[in-house]
Design a protein around this ligand. Sequence first.
Ligand code: MN
Length: 752
Amino acid sequence: MKLLSLMEYTEQDEILIGELQKELFEACGKIAKKESDMELVRKAFFFAKEAHKGLRRKSGEPYIVHPISVALIVVNEIELGTKSVVSALLHDVVEDTDYTVSDIEHLFGPKIASMVDGLTKMAGVFSADTTEESETSKQAENFKKMLLTLSDDVRVIIIKIADRLHNMRTLGSMTVHKQMKITSETVYLFAPLAHRLGLFAIKSELEDLSLKYRFPDDYKMIRSKIKDTEANRNKYIEKFNSPIREILKANDIDFEVSGRVKSIYSIWRKIQRKNIDFEEIYDLFAIRIVFKPSPMIPEKSQCWHIYSLVTDIYKPKPDRIKDWVNIPKANGYEALHCTVMGPDGEWVEVQIRSQRMEEIAEKGFAAHWKYKEQSSNTDGEIDKWLKRVREALSSSVDNAVEFLDNFKLSLYSSEIVIFTPKGDQITLPQGSTALDFAYDIHSKIGNTAVGAKINHKINSIFTPISSGDQIEIITSNNVKPKPEWLDHVVTSKAKNSIKNFIKKDNQNNIERGIIIFEEKMKSFGIQPSARVFRKVLPAYKSSSKSEFYSKLGAGIINLNGVEKILRQNAASKMIKYWSLQLSNPLRLLKGSTETKKKTEAEEVEAITGDESEFSIAECCSPIPGDQVIGFRDENGHVTVHKKSCKEAVKLASQHGENIVKAQWSGFKAVSFLAHVEVRGIDRIGIMLDMAKLISEEMNFNIRELKVQSHDGIFEGIISLYVKSIDDLKTIMARLGKLRGVERVRRIETYRE
Ligand code: MN
């Protein structure tokens, strides 16, 4: 975002730019291989400075500060070479000024021109720097476009990550709506990508910054708690480390040992995921031993030597050794991890790595290439991954959202190594099944797989496989892929092959399904309208009309209960009481089509009088008082999620244009379902006491109360109706005071 101004650079601007210039030239001087490299950097610098003259960022800074900062991240924090620095300096020139890619080619050569071109193609995608939303193209399409550049030059994506990092660092001057959109994209795609490329430090910073803007209170709370507990922790770490220091020194090992605290974001995730307090996190920090390898001994042996010295002092936890030295993580990470029993009977994780491994862990990609050049090794893990991504990209999936979902899977998963009957190694993501393996060999083998010999024993093709397994696939021409197969595979290769097969098979089913459904509707005298599908699709667990038709046509579902479904009111009665403020007022005026749709929907409402345009997301069931956000679908229907909901983050990043700001207003006589988990010491009558307190004393309706007890502990889940978050808080506080109750928590998704 910038404002056009006719101003030249002011004196103050020149001072600021001059400082950055000095820093950049110095950093590049250290990595430039020849003088012509430096010349190119200087040329790009002054060219960009001139091209962006008169433009300012929303923060008021001259625009050129942004490309220089991105170039500095590229050289200092990622350690790419001068070509990448030059491309970073020029990354917004074509997008924002009158210069074209061929101007760049003329001035800087074809390689840099093609990188700038790649960056420009992505520029419209992520509108952090521009004011207009791209109306025509959907976010997922854009992501796909961006990922396609992975097949040309990975550096383009890495520079894009650096660009995003700088935008995140300067996010404070953006509007709240923009912050939500940008942080969602960051959490959804950029941080995982950075992780996958081994850019660990950058990934952590991206996540922490996202948290800072999305949940400022949580962020501040965790940050201050880390600070408050620092002194005690350091004392403990010192106590833990000092015998380690002694023994390593006695063995002539050149090393450094330190204690590392988890990132704010990963602490937050843990609190969310496990529903625990900060104080309950036991692995808040880890001990890291980084050694300088002795030249004659393999690093691997030295890691194990240190491991054996450490475990002479502290007892290791069995099953908690992670050997990423023998088989590095998919993102190239190497280290030996173990968990040991520390001084006051606390489990402590110890990470053992060489200096080379440390550099790869921190700097990722660039370090990976640096060492690869040295060792003339065969393909590393990142190369293998890139190869798979390229394969996935070339196997063209039309649906961009689907593509992205599959791609996402390849980002975070850790990997297992298995063997073919001939002893060839194959790497697959953790959680893969024999069927994934079959598809990895060839789609024909996958499509005809009936069973698998896993370590010479016959098993189902859906059997999950683990590292070290040897697998042989048994095929038969009498089988064909079924939709359920999709639930039993994790790799995009398998998913795509199954989907492609089914798609062909499906077309017939869809046509049959349409006929069946229309006949049934005709017999009721109903038109299959959007409103009908809003009820029918969820009832038949279908995410689209075509899925519904195809299931129907294939005989997977039938219409026996459809009449009842149509008569049912949607579970969204109470949402009438919402006030929804649209985030983008322009959208209201956008076109006649949308307005028309709305009127249609209103007509239908007038007839039944019980359904509104809005519904509450089942995945997170927000209640009044929660921070919420809405998403509008193509029918104008809005679903409201909690702001912290994972699904919401995904939606916001893929369809940022559909975000609707939502706020609670009057919600007087309406009740919402909430779930509370209670835990404590079991005693006679505890269940009755809880029920009495809630329904008799406080007068709230309980829908269900379930209690299990074992070994003197009880755990219960209470589903009850409340009017607001305040009600819920009061109830939870009162429950917490009951004798024996130790912990009371709200849970979001409870399925009976
Ligand atoms: Mn930029």
